[in-house]
Design a protein around this ligand. Sequence first.
Ligand code: K1U
Ligand code: ZN
Length: 180
Amino acid sequence: MALLPIIIAPDPRLKQIAAPVARVDDRIRQLMDDLLETMYQAPGVGLAAPQVGVLERVIVVDASAKDEDRAPLRMANPELIQASDEDVQYEEGCLSLPEHYAEVVRPAWVRVRYLDHENEIRELDAEGLLGTCIQHEMDHLEGILFVDHLSALKRNMILRKLIKTKKADKTPTGASAAAE
Ligand code: K1U
Ligand code: ZN
């Protein structure tokens, strides 16, 4: 297992459409495990392969509560096959937009078809945090970030702050420069 560096927005790699996986083999299984390890360490409740620079349709999610056992989900080629008419608003975060959160409206319930870590076709019905998180991670496969669901005003405010933080980190007194 390996911890993978997470790409921070804005970055053109986060705006690309990811390619389908031909089959879930040992390489994809390793990617799924590395994504999970990276997600748990961050910590986060989901992670998509494009966030670590891999443009393939692979996501991982674990929306279990702190006091519950881990419930990792490994998904390749996830497809939305049904969604509720009813919407729900959830405060979302993103490991590629650190320290920024905003309310996003999405379908309250979704049915998703995907390939699991054994290359078996599965279907899952999800609502609550799990449903929101799966939709958020599937957006990453289309190059869509949660800020793309916000008004241009809110989106640009967040993106401008991220650019400023990135620039500050590159200055001689910035955190990443100091660590180099
Ligand atoms: O970057 C990502 O795609 C992961 C993201 C997923 C997500 C969170 C909330 C709503 C929708 C999608 C995160 O995990 S951000 C971090 C976070 O929300 C969190 C961190 C620690 C504990 C619980 C949540
Ligand atoms: Zn995200």
